[in-house]
Write a protein that binds this ligand. Structure first.
Ligand code: AMP
Length: 421
């Protein structure tokens, strides 16, 4: 027997039963995006390595440790995309999207690749959906963008289980002031910090606040806060974002340790977390990146965006026992005897054309087995097409939610299932 080939570590097969949940989630994403006038953008799965080196930052874990990079036969260094903001910005610049409208509003959904240590909720190929709003520096744009994710959570019925954490990293001038203050605070203990943090002390001290090293963490616990060093315009921006969030009744927690250490991040930084997730508790991360487009060779164009892990969001749904609601048939047509099969064939086509999702038995099994199948498929209704009913044009309609069953005409059953009765 030849060896069975296994899938690559950290990747997943998304199987029947699961794909229905993915598609239902995608429909919610699409609907919310469409209502808010965001258009989908699809960029290539691989890009030049340089895009991520510059667009994500050489100093980040993603670029320094986690990228799947290789040389193609022409000697170009290529990377499987580990995130989607840099590709979207590359595409925005390359296709001159700023010429179409002053504000570009795009969303995406697709696979990403990072060579991380796999665990629950952390994979080497995973999916993100996200949105980028490019071209407006104003706080209402931050709230439009953050609010988009909130709408998705609300539509899925899980907004109560997710917390929005928010902070401001200010503009470049505010951060320069703060960098000096932070260095003065850290200097006396410089020798005891981790090697990475010692290196970052001069180049990028803000990233020390992100350090996972327990010693570094303890040392920065009482560090001065960036929000206390915002200049007037940065403070105004932040205050305005918070006020607008409140006016939309989007709850938030200010988290002054939420920093993004790269220079092109400005003002708003945020994260959505859920404590039903365990160790990997982040479902969505985002922020304003007013300097990135210039960094990648475009103009001085402000932008803000977020990205949410699709698997993580589905894990939240599962933990809250909400994922079942994403799936399910409208109707299972049960056939007690083989004489009814020809009628069933035409009926089910009619109902499918009317827009219902319907299935029926293709194994010629007993009625009992068919009822089990209807349950397995999470059908809302079961229609039983018995012999006597077939003769007088009526059927038994059973609601699987209430258990109520009654005889009615085929037309009345269809109306009920369509929610028109
Ligand atoms: P990031 O691009 O690192 O800011 O991550 C944004 C979101 O993507 C996170 O909040 C997670 O939901 C998700 N995510 C990041 N890395 C992974 C991974 N390796 N596996 C699954 N989901 C991930």
């Amino acid at each position: 027997m030849p060896d069975k080939i296994q899938r690559i570590k950290g990747t997943n097969d998304i199987l029947p039963g699961e794909t229905e949940k993915w598609q239902a989630l995608e429909r919610v994403i699409q609907t919310v995006m469409m209502r808010s006038a965001y258009s989908e953008i699809r960029t290539p799965i691989f890009e030049k390595t340089e895009l991520f080196a510059r667009g994500v930052g050489e100093d980040t874990d993603i670029v320094s440790k986690e990228m799947y990079s290789f040389e193609d036969k022409g000697g170009t260094s290529i990377t499987l995309r580990p995130e989607l903001t840099a590709p979207v910005v590359r595409s925005y610049i390359q296709n001159n999207l700023q010429q179409i409208a002053p504000t570009t509003k795009v969303w995406y959904h697709g696979p990403l690749f990072r060579q991380e240590r796999p665990q629950k909720g952390r994979y080497r190929q995973f999916y993100q959906f996200g949105a980028e709003t490019i071209g407006s520096p104003f706080p209402e744009t931050d709230v439009e963008t953050i609010g988009l994710y909130w709408e998705i959570l609300t539509e899925l019925g899980i907004s109560d289980a997710v917390v929005l954490k928010i902070n401001s990293v200010g503009d470049e001038a505010s951060r320069e002031t703060y960098r000096q203050v932070l260095r003065e605070f850290l200097r006396p203990n410089l020798g005891e910090m981790s090697e990475t943090s010692q290196r970052r002390f001069e180049t990028n001290p803000l990233r020390i606040l992100d350090s996972k090293d327990p010693g570094d963490k303890a040392m920065t616990d009482h560090a001065p806060k960036l929000v206390d060093y915002l200049n007037e315009s940065s403070e105004r921006h932040y205050k305005s974002v918070l006020e607008l969030l409140s006016s939309l009744e989007i709850p938030y927690e200010q988290d002054d340790r939420l920093v993004r250490g790269l220079d092109y991040y400005t003002h708003t930084a945020f994260e959505f977390t859920s404590d039903v997730l365990g160790a990997q508790d982040a479902v969505c991360g985002g922020g304003r990146y007013d300097g990135l487009i210039e960094e990648l060779g475009g103009g001085k164009v402000p932008a803000i965006g977020w990205a949410s892990g699709t698997e993580r969001l589905l894990l939240v749904m599962e933990a809250l026992e909400k994922s079942q609601s994403l799936t399910g048939l409208d109707c299972y047509l049960a056939i007690p005897g083989d004489e009814q099969r020809p009628t069933a064939t035409t009926l089910i086509r009619e109902w499918r054309r009317a827009g219902l999702s319907c299935d029926t038995d293709l194994q010629r099994r007993s009625l009992k087995a068919q009822m089990r199948e209807a349950n397995r498929q999470n059908a809302r209704f079961v229609v039983i097409l018995g012999e006597s009913e077939r003769k007088n044009g009526s059927v038994q309609l059973k609601s699987m939610e209430t258990g109520a069953q009654s005889e009615m005409s085929i037309a009345a059953a269809l109306k009920m299932m369509l929610g028109q009765a």
